[in-house]
Design a protein around this ligand. Structure first.
Ligand SMILES: Cc1cc2nc3c(=O)[nH]c(=O)nc-3n(C[C@H](O)[C@H](O)[C@H](O)COP(=O)(O)OP(=O)(O)OC[C@H]3O[C@@H](n4cnc5c(N)ncnc54)[C@H](O)[C@@H]3O)c2cc1C
Length: 410
């Protein structure tokens, strides 16, 4: 059995793959990134928000050209015109430029990047019986077949390794779509509307960008009606006189239509490693389940994967058992998914009236709530509508809390 050509092959050039490749290359690993599309980050399938906490946590020096707008935080809008803000600064990115920049940083550190390379098959090679040696990767593109000691699967919601190898559970997904709109005024906040009328089991967003551009979209489990619901929201609100336009990355002259994709919402897969294989980002199911932010988690898991890959390669041992540390790292660091999921379920059991009562008990600014303020919210709810406590409204409030930037919400 000959030596594998590459220490690490990263599948996918999204934020998870870019971060994994950058850190692998920085650690001196011989790294190849494969991306199925011709151009990095296109089509965009993201609302494009990233918190300042994420930028600091990942030690990113964002160049100005990848930033569309500096934002102050999030405003959550409930039925009955109740609004609450969560002031925590961040960015709306030009996400395709951000992903391209991240890959270029990896290449500067010594990684190799290949576009138009779609992975289609993975086969394990063994030294002796049951002793893992390396991967042989097949697909469409001039470099295939490719051999690697370790694969980092950063293929997004496609989760290509799990699909081919059938080595973990299936994950639930939600559909998310948005239009780019023009001449949308903003005050520096991202608007998240918890308005079940338009987005059952989801929410609608207005994410401002530079030059009064904005991403206006929604996620909902009612996949069939998503575009109709989004159009109705636009029609029924202040946005009804704004124009839907082509985003700058789309070929001019095509019919204007919403863009987006699907997002994992059921929490991490039950298995995120295999012999010589680590899953990161959406491929591993790491999105924050309430508001579906995933870029921060994708990049952090990419960094963990690089760290574990380097240790394994140094020891020349990369079977599943040697990669266990990866699961320990993300489990210790990432948010308590079960608590967010419990709160999310309870949130979707509330009527519009109950949502409005819950929201009216919350302070206008949700950042930096002290223990006393939190207790006060509980007491107010108990007085106004005791039934809400039985409907697990405290879990709902906890899941909001665990969706903040410091818990990898965005
Ligand atoms: C509508 C919408 C809005 C969102 N808004 C936000 C937001 O505002 N903030 C936020 O943090 N998150 C948001 N998300 C989630 C976020 O986009 C993802 O969590 C994040 O992009 C995950 O990064 P990733 O690198 O794991 O996967 P991806 O970004 O999906 O990247 C995977 C890459 O792998 C490539 N690939 C797939 N299969 C193969 C293959 N077989 N061979 C080679 N390459 C392959 C794909 O082409 C892609 O480039 C949103 C998602 C959607 C759909």
């Amino acid at each position: 059995m000959g030596e594998a050509e590459w220490d690490v092959v990263v599948i996918g050039a999204g934020p998870g793959g870019g971060s994994a490749a950058l850190h692998c290359a920085r650690l001196g690993l011989n790294t190849l990134i494969l991306e199925e599309h011709e151009q990095i980050g296109i089509p965009v399938h993201c609302g494009e928000c990233l918190s300042e906490v994420a930028v600091q946590n990942l030690d990113l020096k964002l160049p100005e050209e990848v930033i569309s707008l500096h934002v102050k935080g999030i405003r959550v809008l409930f039925p009955n015109k109740i609004e609450k803000t969560l002031t925590e600064p961040g960015y709306v990115l030009e996400k395709h430029l951000f992903e391209e920049w991240l890959i270029n940083e990896a290449v500067k550190e010594g990684a190799t990047f290949k576009a138009s390379h779609k992975v289609r098959s993975l086969s394990k090679k063994f030294k002796l019986e049951n002793q893992f040696s390396n991967w042989e990767i097949g697909g469409k593109g001039e470099l295939f077949p490719i051999t690697a000691k370790i694969i980092i699967d950063a293929s997004g919601v496609a989760g290509i390794s799990s699909k081919i190898l059938n080595n973990s559970n299936k994950i639930e997904v939600i559909a998310g779509y948005q239009y780019e709109m023009s001449e949308v005024k903003n005050d520096g906040y991202l608007d998240f509307y918890i308005w079940p009328k338009y987005a059952p089991e989801g929410y609608v967003w207005m994410i401002p960008k530079k030059d009064e551009r904005a991403n206006v979209g929604l996620v909902t489990t009612k996949k069939k009606d998503k575009v109709k619901s989004l159009d109705s929201f636009i029609q029924d609100t202040y946005l009804n006189s704004n124009e839907k336009v082509d985003p700058p990355w789309r070929k001019k002259g095509t019919k204007i239509k919403p863009f987006g994709g699907t997002i994992p919402i059921s929490g991490p897969r039950n298995n995120t490693i295999d012999d010589g294989l680590i899953m990161v980002g959406d491929a591993a199911g790491f999105t924050s389940p309430l508001f579906e932010g995933g870029s921060h988690l994708a990049m952090k898991s990419g960094k963990f994967a690089a760290q574990v890959a380097e240790e394994a390669i140094k020891k020349n041992k990369y079977s599943k058992i040697e990669l266990k540390k990866y699961e320990k790292l993300w489990k210790e660091e990432f948010p308590p998914y079960h608590k967010i999921l419990k709160g999310k379920k309870a949130l979707y059991d509330l009527t519009d009236e109950e949502l409005a009562i819950m929201a009216s008990c919350m302070p206008d600014e949700m950042n930096g709530m002290s223990t006393i303020t939190k207790l006060g919210v509980g007491v107010k709810i108990l007085i106004k509508k005791p039934k809400l406590i039985r409907k697990k409204v405290i879990s709902v409030l906890l899941s909001f809390g665990y969706s903040r930037a410091k818990y990898y919400g965005w």
